[in-house]
Design a protein around this ligand. Structure first.
Ligand code: FES
Length: 156
């Protein structure tokens, strides 16, 4: 059940789709995953409270920086359940994204650095490939071909 909003504050799925730029099918999917909620009008049609637009913007941005839907759901669950979230609530959530964005930047820089070499190569060698063995993790185990001599790949 949604918190109480005036009737005029409620939006149809078409209006939400137009304003957010997100397809109605994606909105229904978000709703199936409980990332957004609607109320059903007497006709059975979905009606969304206006603050759903911020929630959708959050979902879209979070997906762009690589959060899974489960992670997004966990973040959204931290919002106050009894009132429309305010700017402070949203900025509390997004402040944790900077770490994630830094990780993505580092990953993309690594991909960029290995792009020409690796596309022409294709070996994905754990010993020498920057894509398969970022930051030369195998070297932490010691010198030589660590995985060949029985060491297990380093995770993380
Ligand atoms: S694919 Fe061979 S070095 Fe990256």
């Amino acid at each position: 059940m949604l918190p109480l909003y005036g009737v005029s504050a409620l939006l149809t799925i078409g209006e939400v789709s137009r304003r957010s730029g997100v397809a109605a099918s994606a909105l229904r999917f978000y709703e199936e995953r409980s990332l957004i909620t609607s109320d059903r009008a007497g006709s059975g049609h979905r009606r969304y409270p206006r603050p759903v637009l911020r929630r959708i913007a959050f979902i879209v941005f979070a997906q762009r920086i690589g959060l899974t839907l489960e992670e997004i759901g966990a973040e959204l669950a931290k919002l106050p359940p009894d009132r429309a979230p305010v700017r402070r609530d949203w900025s509390r959530l997004s402040s944790r994204w900077t770490v994630r964005i830094d990780e993505r930047i580092a990953e993309l820089e690594r991909l960029k650095a290995g792009l020409t070499e690796c596309i022409g190569c294709g070996c994905l060698s754990l010993e020498r490939c920057r894509l398969a063995n970022p930051d030369d993790r195998a070297a932490r185990l010691g010198p030589g071909p660590r995985y060949w001599i029985g060491d297990r790949p380093v995770m993380g």
